[in-house]
Design a protein around this ligand. Structure first.
Ligand SMILES: CC(C)(COP(=O)(O)OP(=O)(O)OC[C@H]1O[C@@H](n2cnc3c(N)ncnc32)[C@H](O)[C@@H]1OP(=O)(O)O)[C@@H](O)C(=O)NCCC(=O)NCCS
Length: 174
C-alpha cells in the first residue's frame, strides 16, 4: 500500500503555547475558572498545534482523558502548551497541558491535561490525509508510542458508540 501522505513534520514545528489571564466572567460560584471555559482554552490551544501540523482546516473529533488536577483562580496566569503526539491517516492526537504560572516565584503549577483528536478536513468537511509527525526527543517518542495505544482503545469505544447510536431512535431515552 502506498502512503498518500507526502510531507512529514517534526513535532517541534507545530508546538503551540497560549497564555490567558483569568477574569471574573469565566469563574464559577467559588471564584475558580469554570471547567467548560478551561475545556475551550484547551481545545483552542490544541487546534493551533493541529492546524500548524497539517496546514488545513481541522475539526475536533474527541477530547478524552481530561483531568482537572487543581483549581484555577480569578487573576491567575494560565499557560497552555499543546503538542501533536502522533498523526494517523486523517487524524492527529494532540496533548494539551494547562499550567498556572506564578510570575513572582517563576514556578508552574499543573492544573489540567487532555488528549484531543483533530481531523483535517477539506472545505466540504471531508477528512483528508495529514503529514506524519516525527518525534525527535525521548519525551516525544514516549508520547508517540502512548498515542498509538490510546488510539486502539479509542477506536473500540468509537465503534461501540456508533453501534449504540444506530440502535437508538432519535430523541431522549431514559
Ligand atoms: C470527525 C469527523 C470529521 C469524522 O468523520 P467520519 O465521517 O466519521 O470520518 P471517518 O470515519 O473516515 O474518520 C476520519 C478520522 O476521524 C477519526 N475519528 C472519527 N471519530 C472519532 C472519534 N470519536 N474520536 C477520535 N477519532 C475519531 C477516525 O479514527 C479517522 O482517523 P484516521 O483517518 O486517522 O484513521 C466527523 O464525525 C465530524 O465532522 N464530526 C463533527 C466535528 C465537529 O463539528 N467538531 C466540533 C464539535 S462542536
Amino acid at each position: 500500500m502506498t502512503d498518500e501522505r507526502v510531507v512529514s513534520r517534526t513535532v517541534a514545528q507545530s508546538q503551540a503555547e497560549r497564555s490567558e489571564i483569568i477574569f471574573p466572567a469565566d469563574s464559577n460560584a467559588l471564584g475558580n475558572l469554570f471547567g467548560g471555559r478551561l475545556m475551550q482554552f484547551i481545545d483552542l490551544a490544541g487546534a493551533v498545534a493541529a492546524v500548524r501540523h497539517c496546514r488545513a482546516i481541522v475539526v475536533t473529533a474527541s477530547m478524552d482523558h481530561l483531568d482537572f488536577v487543581a483549581p484555577v483562580h480569578v487573576g491567575d496566569l494560565l499557560i497552555l502548551k499543546a503538542s501533536v503526539n502522533r498523526a494517523f491517516r486523517t487524524s492527529m492526537e494532540v496533548g494539551v497541558r494547562a499550567m498556572v504560572e506564578d510570575a513572582r516565584g517563576q514556578t508552574l503549577r499543573h492544573v489540567s491535561s487532555a488528549y484531543v483528536t483533530y481531523v483535517a478536513v477539506d472545505r466540504e468537511g471531508k477528512p483528508m490525509p495529514v503529514p506524519c509527525a516525527i518525534a525527535e526527543t525521548q519525551h516525544q517518542k514516549r508520547r508517540f508510542a502512548d498515542a498509538g495505544r490510546r488510539r486502539e482503545m479509542r477506536s473500540e469505544e468509537t465503534h461501540r458508540a456508533r453501534e449504540s447510536r444506530a440502535a437508538l431512535e432519535t430523541g431522549w431515552h431514559v
